[in-house]
Design a protein. Structure first.
Length: 132
């Protein structure tokens, strides 16, 4: 994002909003289960309605992208990420900037897609800097 720790943790500037608002438990392999759908449906709409000044949402991971992008979300991470410019240019507010989840599972995707770091991240940093 290109922000300092003080900027990132400034509650007046940045909101870190989980999709589930509660720990969903673990699967048989010890991984986290998906966020509980009823939590997002109940709390996200209320929270975002109470924060109308939000201009940009960084939708990190598939669950956040599905929720915030709805039908314009791609069926795969690749589809969603390749349309990042479309999502950013939309007239809808707040605008949504999709990002891959920072999971070890996405390391291979990041290596196969050097455009993410070369093209998308500089735009993300400029946009965040402009809004801060």
């Amino acid at each position: 994002m290109g922000v300092t720790a003080n900027e990132f943790y400034d509650e007046a500037r940045v909101a870190i909003v989980p999709m589930g608002f509660c720990f969903p438990g673990q699967d048989d392999k010890g991984g986290d289960l998906p966020p509980r759908r009823e939590c997002a449906q109940l709390w996200h709409r209320r929270l975002f309605a109470a924060l109308p000044q939000i201009e940009l949402v960084l939708a990190v991971g598939a669950y956040a992208q599905d929720f915030h992008l709805g039908p314009s979300c791609g069926k795969t991470l690749q589809e969603t990420m390749l349309r990042w410019r479309e999502h950013l240019k939309t007239k809808r507010r707040p605008r949504v900037f999709p990002l891959p989840h920072p999971s070890w599972r996405n390391n291979a995707w990041l290596k196969k897609n050097p455009w993410f770091e070369a093209e998308l991240l500089p735009v993300l940093r400029r946009e965040v800097r402009r809004l801060l």
